[in-house]
Design a binder for this molecule. Structure first.
Ligand code: ZN
Length: 200
């Protein structure tokens, strides 16, 4: 297993439509392990293959994201798709490992039925609600080149800034989609430079 570099928004791979996986071979099994390891190390509760530079329809997710006193249960789903989504929606705060320290409110279906293939080749259907439904919708969006700020309430967009004087240890600075996109584009440019030079 290997921890991989998580790419910033601004890297073109994050805006591509990822390809379906046609065969689960050793490379896909390795990708699945790398995705899980990178997600848990971040730490995060979801990660899509394009976020580590592979334009393939594979996601990792934490199956028990609400159980904070349990070990996170990392799972992988290949070629995931939303079969059904509830009309009922929920707006909650979201963030993304490719847009670190940015948060916004995103309205999404409260319940989903997702279908995909496990690394063992089994077709599975998963019913999810609340945070897990949100993880699936956020990660499947990544496979279509969509990031959470595309769906967020722009008024709710904030940088989370560590501040020991603030309640909870951080303060929230309002921002705009334009400012955020610009900041990550600069970070992505430097990151691509480092990756080309083989420093990461
Ligand atoms: Zn994300």
């Amino acid at each position: 297993m290997a921890k991989r570099t998580i790419l910033y928004l601004g890297n073109p791979v994050l805006r591509e439509k990822a390809r379906e996986v046609s065969e689960i071979n050793g490379e896909i099994a390795q990708l699945a392990e790398d995705l899980k390891e990178t997600m848990l190390a971040a730490p995060g509760i979801g990660l899509a293959a394009p976020q580590i530079g592979l334009s393939l329809r594979v996601i990792a997710y934490v199956a028990n994201p609400r159980e904070e006193d349990e070990e996170p249960k990392a799972e992988v789903l290949i070629n995931p798709r939303v079969v059904e989504a509830s009309d009922e929606t929920e707006a909650e705060t979201e963030g993304c490992l490719s847009l670190p320290t940015l948060q916004a409110e995103v309205e999404r279906p409260a319940e989903v039925l997702v279908e995909g293939v496990t690394v063992d080749g089994d077709v599975v259907q998963i019913e999810a609600s609340g945070l897990l439904a949100r993880i699936f919708l956020h990660e499947i969006d990544h496979l279509d080149g969509v990031v959470f700020i595309d769906r967020a309430d722009p008024e709710s967009l904030v940088w989370v800034v560590p501040d020991e004087k603030a309640e909870g240890g951080c303060r929230y600075e309002p921002t705009t989609v334009e400012e955020a996109v610009e900041r990550f584009a600069r970070l992505a440019e430097r990151q691509m430079q480092r990756l080309r030079e083989g420093e990461c």
